[in-house]
Design a protein around this ligand. Sequence first.
Ligand SMILES: [Zn+2]
Length: 407
Amino acid sequence: MKKSFHYFLLALSAGIAFSCSDHETEGDPYQPNYLPSIDATALPAGNRPMTMFEDNESASRMYDNKDRWFRVNQPMQVIQKGKDSVQISLYSPVGLTDVKIYAKLPNYEKRFLIYNFTKVPAFHRSFHKIPLTEGKNDYELETGNTVTIDKIEGFSSGAIEFSVESSDPLFQKFKKIKSSHLVQFSDSYHLNDLGKYLPMNPVLAKEAITMIINYSYALSHPLYYSTFTNFDKYKKEQADLAGTAINGALNWHGNTEDANGTYDYYTKEQIEKIYWDYLDGRTLNMAMVGGDSAWGGGALASQWESGYISGHWLGEMSVWSHEYSHHIGFSHSSNLANSGEGGGQQEMLTHFYKYLIYLNDLPFTDPEVLKGWTKTSYLSGTYKKPVFTVNQKNPFLLKYKGEGKWN
Ligand SMILES: [Zn+2]
């Protein structure tokens, strides 16, 4: 027999202390009265709904690092504002359905549902009163049981932990991203060095966000992990398939210059740690190249306009991998950044990324979601719609033959 429980939490003070009693319920006499679900495509003005990165939005908004930033594993972002409200933002070119935002209070171990969004559109932002501050309400627990919580006047910042769940297949892909890099745009590069870097606009920012979510998913992918941590095996297989000797270094090596084929190879333990460096929580400033070459290092990684508008949809991620590796701390003498000597990570990542497009195993593989190439008044180059085709000699295609999709 299924037993359900109804809990009652009493707020004793604004300091959030509770007494809790659950009444049991065989034959359940308690009929919970939950808050209505919310359609974020049709919000009243009081919620201040908006679309971030509208094509014609002032670029000053995207360069405001206090307002626009997200972690790549949390494109659906919930931030408390003041004592009684939250701001929700979706950093994604495709909207989500069935988004459930759970709250957890310090003195009560269970998560309960405070907002149930039927739809959240692409790049949406809006503001919502925390229902706990508005009155006594019933809330659904993750188990399906009910908790009743008295009105709480307000919350200090950080007192509520928010978490997001969704049955949407796109959200399921977001959940697999292991990197927590904090992504933002910085105008300091083009303001200090105009020409070497160029200002971006929301059309480019949307492409950059799409690319970094896809790239972060690719780095998190089990096939990438196994190839990265067994790069020597990948090199041997690649040489076997081509019927050649191994070209260049057999495994990952560091920033020390090669002395006649003697490389400063990393140990297994170091390689494992380096893999996780790529997926840690450091800040990434995405910028756009204007001069002869792309740059990366420290928080910076940059890319050409063509890379943002067209290249990433075709899996042309070689430059991005190179600059991102500078951002992680590798110089041109390491094959983690350099594609010389038979191709290091740049070449391997590019083959792998193309294989994921072929498998349709990235969060976003359809350039129609942004149509960046059509927005000519925001671009300096001219582009056609990117149309991806896989090379039959792609080493991942040859090895995995259509298998390996991340379930
Ligand atoms: Zn470089």
